[in-house]
Design a protein around this ligand. Structure first.
Ligand SMILES: [Zn+2]
Length: 230
């Protein structure tokens, strides 16, 4: 099975160098933004029989309607034609991996050991888990689940291919556990607002990233059953 990558022109702090659209087994995985040039490049990459979404965030999904119009093929997503364990294409299996978003799917190709990870895992940096939609306990359970698959490589929604896939997943889990310990320590030191938690537990994070750190801190606090004011 060929895995073709077409990168969209939507770089940014959360999309890295842009959304990766994959064309695999007649399936477009994540058409990306509604950008006519990008969608044409996707259609030129190969025959298309269906469009599948890892999740419905606009940087992955907003081009889906237009691509469906251009190609005449359906759009599938979690609870919209696809569920855990379903084959989206022959040999390409849906794995429900909530956490970043409740409807998140990864697509797993056991034969080649390839995991299309969407926004479960990025090619570089980490993934935003923003409550209430994002759920860190679910996210970590999803990471554990894909680690059990022992993928040989990860094709992420953003950033480059990951070849040390299991080490990457274990690194993600370790990073979240370390941060959780820092958040617990901040609470023990008396932090009573999200801002105070960020000041203590995100000392390594540059100030311009603190709005994101505040969202991440909220996700940790929710996992710990705590709800603090801003
Ligand atoms: Zn997303």
């Amino acid at each position: 099975m060929d895995f073709l990558t077409v990168r969209a022109h939507n770089p940014g702090p959360l999309t890295l160098d842009g959304t990766n659209t994959y064309v695999v087994g007649g399936t477009v995985v994540d058409p990306g933004p509604e950008d006519e040039g990008h969608l044409e490049a996707v259609l030129a990459a190969g025959p298309v029989e269906r469009i599948a979404l890892t999740h419905r965030h606009p940087d992955h999904a907003s081009g889906a309607g237009r691509l469906s119009e251009l190609s005449g093929v359906p759009v599938l997503a979690y609870n919209d034609g696809l569920g855990d364990g379903d084959e989206v294409a022959p040999g390409l299996v849906c794995v429900h991996t909530p956490g970043h978003a409740p409807d998140h799917l990864c697509f797993w190709h056991p034969e080649s050991g390839t995991l299309l990870s969407g926004d479960l895992i990025a090619g570089s940096g980490s993934i935003m888990i923003a409550p209430p939609e994002g759920d860190l306990a679910d996210y970590m359970a999803s990471l554990e689940r894909v680690r059990e698959l022992s993928p040989a490589r990860i094709l992420p929604g953003h950033g480059p291919e990951v070849t040390e896939a299991v080490a990457k997943i274990e690194g993600y889990l370790a990073h979240r556990r370390e941060r959780e310990e820092l958040v617990i320590a901040a609470l023990e030191q008396g932090a009573s607002t999200v801002g105070e938690v960020v000041a203590l537990a995100y000392r390594d994070t540059p100030p311009e990233m603190h709005p994101y750190a505040a969202l991440a801190a909220r996700a940790h606090l929710a996992k710990l059953g705590r709800d603090l004011p801003a």
